[in-house]
Design a protein around this ligand. Structure first.
Ligand SMILES: Cc1cc2nc3c(=O)[nH]c(=O)nc-3n(C[C@H](O)[C@H](O)[C@H](O)COP(=O)(O)OP(=O)(O)OC[C@H]3O[C@@H](n4cnc5c(N)ncnc54)[C@H](O)[C@@H]3O)c2cc1C
Length: 264
């Protein structure tokens, strides 16, 4: 279906789950043609743009959630077909992503072809997903730094001490972001799914560096970056997404701490 040009997204997150898919409350009921799901989901990035959405639900009678996908093509969001738009996305950043909150009520869902294996499927792809999330943010930081460089070119010889120091910190952080991302690619190519811990370190490091670098950029470029006519404030808000993307900060730090003591 992807080959036919269809876009896929995920709407796994649920309010009150603390970003942990094993806290999923949505229920999947089996029927003659598959399953239907009922529950509340939010942060469905790509809603209205994607044809299919991956989600999680606990199959009735089972204890762990499993993976499902939803065919969202031509589905109205008024509740008449089992999908209701609860809250339209109003993010400070990633504003074009339509990461809406949705209520599902007996909405048809297709279960993963290898049921009951969410943990091994997750372990198989989480490093790759971390690279994909990180790549987007690396691109934003690159664009932000290059745009600032072009705008500062004419006046760089008269930059004041604070601006000079901040610019060099931006340069260092931009360089570290590139090294971290290259390191992620090298490690996943060498170790495959055994690289998941390294991917988490890399994603989290880039999230922290990107927030820092784009915040400094706003200060160097001046107060105008607070206005919506300037792209720098948007870039700052956009990169803030990375730390919240799965696994979000708290879950990421839990996993990194566990990974730091692998023999426990
Ligand atoms: C810009 C953006 C885009 C996103 N896109 C997607 C997407 O496309 N698809 C998708 O599925 N998700 C998406 N997400 C959601 C993301 O993956 C997280 O699920 C979301 O950010 C909520 O996790 P959180 O821990 O940060 O916050 P919250 O769920 O608000 O929790 C806040 C904190 O409260 C505590 N907490 C709350 N509930 C519990 C609990 N039950 N148990 C233990 N502790 C708890 C934890 O300390 C937690 O970190 C997106 C998020 C953002 C910001």
């Amino acid at each position: 279906m992807a080959l036919e040009g269809h876009w896929w997204g995920t709407i796994t997150s649920e309010p009150g789950s603390g970003g942990d898919i094993f806290n999923t409350k949505t229920i999947a009921q089996p029927n003659a043609s598959g399953y239907t799901i009922s529950g509340t989901k939010h942060f469905g990035s790509g809603s209205g743009i994607t044809s299919f959405m991956v989600t999680t639900a606990v199959p009735a009678g089972e204890v762990e959630p499993d993976l499902f996908f939803l065919d969202m093509r031509n589905v109205p969001w008024d509740g008449s077909s089992g999908v209701r738009l609860l809250f339209p996305w109003d993010g400070h950043g990633m504003i074009a992503t339509q990461s809406h909150a949705m209520q599902f009520e007996n909405f048809p869902a297709t279960r993963a072809a290898w049921p009951g294996n969410i943990r091994s499927l997750g372990a198989g792809v989480s490093g790759f997903i971390a690279c994909c999330f990180t790549a987007v943010i690396v691109g934003i930081v690159e664009t932000a730094i290059e745009s600032a460089r072009q705008r500062l070119q004419a006046r760089h010889t008269s930059m004041r001490p604070y601006e000079q120091v901040e610019w060099l910190r931006i340069t260092q952080e931009g360089w570290l972001i590139q090294q971290a991302y290259q390191g992620m690619l090298r490690t996943i190519e060498a170790k495959g799914s055994a690289a998941n811990y390294d991917m988490l370190l890399g994603k989290t490091a880039v999230a922290e560096l990107a927030e820092s670098a784009t915040s400094r950029l706003c200060k160097v470029m001046g107060g105008g970056t607070y206005a919506r006519y300037s792209p720098f404030g948007f870039w700052f808000e956009d990169v803030r997404a990375l730390g919240f993307l799965r696994p979000p900060w708290v879950v990421a730090y839990d996993q990194m701490f566990a990974g730091a003591w692998p023999t426990d």
